[in-house]
Design a protein around this ligand. Structure first.
Ligand SMILES: [Zn+2]
Length: 328
């Protein structure tokens, strides 16, 4: 992006002084991080990339339904820059989004991409992987992720064919070659990130990425903000994982969907409230001998105003919760 002082053509001494002031202002804003990515090219600007902590860049996903034209751009994705190399955290819901992320990285750094980390198997976090293949990274995920990718491969090829590049085939969906059973540290060059894998919670393959320098956590879809949480794993497991995360020292949280937050564990208070409501109300409905359809139409009505896409996902969440708790 051109700076204001380049465009400005002074015709007087006042003008020259203004130019200098604008230049100083530009340098100041740049150094203080206010325009951290404005030196980047059109792709980066249009890709809405923001430096949210030192060397940590985030592209915020938008809140639209899976059937929307921009369904491939709903997840928060980004990257962490070390002295030696770069780690990607989630690649978006299409090869196009993955490619845009890569282009925006190259406006900022020419360091190699050594790791592409996927926080879980869902399409909006993983289908952009193919865009990074030529960079030769290690693809990293939960120890269950490889299986989950296998189980979803045909579904992805069928359902998201248009998002997998010009000639999609089974190799267009890329799973991990480095997996995390519990915890693993990766060194990006004078910068260590810690990966933690969890029991079944939001999904069967949830993983968090913690940057030890800045204490920034990428939660993947263990945390939803503004967009309604979607339950694909186990409700009780999800609440248990949130409980274990509670006492972590976190300066900045980047959720899988929604805005970032400096207020941990308050970051996920609304989500925890929603999931706890699901647990309690579904248990009550089961105890009272309600049918599933009645539970779906009566549980969590008050939550409707609080979440984007409530209409689209709430009924499924109640159904998942009900079926999980029916046999406890
Ligand atoms: Zn997601």
């Amino acid at each position: 992006m051109e700076t204001a002082c380049i465009k400005f053509q002074p015709s007087s001494a006042i003008g020259q002084k203004l130019t200098i002031n604008l230049a100083i202002l530009t340098i100041f804003l740049f150094m203080s991080g206010f325009i951290s990515v404005t030196f980047a090219g059109g792709d980066t600007e249009s890709f809405n990339l923001e430096q949210v902590a030192d060397g940590i860049y985030l592209h915020l996903g938008i809140h639209v339904e899976f059937t929307h034209r921009q369904h491939d751009d709903i997840a928060n994705i980004g990257f962490i820059v070390g002295e030696k190399c770069i780690a990607i955290v989630d690649t978006g819901g299409s090869v196009t989004i993955g490619h845009e992320l890569l282009l925006s990285i190259r406006e900022i750094s020419q360091l190699p991409v050594c790791y592409v980390i996927n926080t879980h198997v869902h399409f909006d976090h993983i289908l952009g992987n193919l865009a990074f293949l030529k960079e030769g990274p290690q693809f990293v995920g939960h120890s269950q992720l490889a299986d989950a990718v296998e189980q979803n491969r045909d579904f992805f090829l069928r359902q998201f064919r248009g998002d997998l590049g010009p000639m999609p085939d089974k190799d267009s969906v890329i799973g991990p070659d480095l997996t995390v059973a519990k915890t693993m540290d990766l060194d990006l060059g004078n910068r260590v990130i810690r990966l933690n894998a969890y029991q079944t919670a939001h999904s069967h393959s949830d993983l968090t990425v913690l940057d030890l320098d800045t204490k920034t956590i990428w939660t993947g879809d263990l945390v939803f903000r503004e967009r309604i949480p979607s339950l694909d794993g186990k409700l009780k497991g999800w609440l248990a994982v949130l409980e274990t995360l509670k006492n972590q020292e976190i300066n900045l949280a980047i959720p899988g969907h929604g805005t970032i937050s400096h207020d941990w564990p308050q970051t996920y208070a609304a989500e925890k409230f929603y999931l706890t409501m699901l647990l309690n109300d579904a248990r009550k409905a089961i105890k009272n001998g309600q049918f599933l359809e009645d539970a779906v139409s009566s549980i969590g009505k008050k939550e409707k105003q609080k979440w984007f896409l409530h209409e689209q996902h709430h009924a499924r969440n109640v159904t998942k919760a009900f079926t999980e708790l029916e046999w406890e």
